[in-house]
Design a protein around this ligand. Sequence first.
Ligand code: NDP
Length: 241
Amino acid sequence: MTNKVAIVTGGTRGIGRSISEALVKAGYKVAAFYHGNEEAAKQCETELGLKAYKVDVTDYDACAAACAAVEADLGPVAVLVNNAGITRDAVLHKMTAQQWHEVVNTNMTSLFNTCRAIVPGMRDRGFGRIVNISSINGQKGQFGQTNYSAAKAGMIGFTKALALENAAKGITVNAIAPGYIETDMTASMRQDVLDSIVRQIPAGRMGRCDEIAGLVAYLASDFAGFINGATIAANGGQYMS
Ligand code: NDP
């Protein structure tokens, strides 16, 4: 058991909630950032014993203030999990500028916003674990998702560059590329589209949130100290890069 502090963005629903739960179970004091779903945030505080912070991860100043608040409330941050993400699907020839910017800002620019606040302290302390939740669709592309595929691929480049910059300071930066996981995000997809995707998954099923959360807990642990700049796929065999 550890007594370290972890931030999980989008940490009160879906995959993020499961990541928060796994880190609480591993002994971390967890700060979960959320956007607007107060009910889910309160439920997590009660059921998991984490502390929820309402922060828009697209807002640079809000992220700086929230990260400072977490350090004042709980202590120095050892683990940062960038999990918050959205989709706004449309084929490019019909995509609005708003759909593009919302997706790129939430999934990718958010990494700059949180890491910029947290990495200097990790460097000073000589330890840190950063895990970025990318996507299979950032690896292979997906119809109707130029915005999301670009943002998720950008996260992988960001992960490698940040890993290079900080490896000598005891910090690891890795990405996870989940395949299709049962959450609100995938529940909002058309059933016939989901059915056709599941037919492409060799495992014959969608993934579970805890199958991503366990990997995050491992990457945060001491066992994973030599894994750096990696992108680990968890997709039931759907895409092998
Ligand atoms: P959900 O839609 O279930 O949850 C998204 C979470 O992100 C929520 O907690 C939400 O907060 C938070 N969030 C959204 N926008 C912001 C914002 N601007 N600021 C702060 N928090 C925000 O998503 P999933 O659990 O399905 O996905 C989690 C991550 O995994 C995402 O990055 C997604 O792209 C990625 N992923 C998901 C896959 C899947 O099949 N589900 C597959 C591959 C990758 P609130 O609750 O307040 O709305």
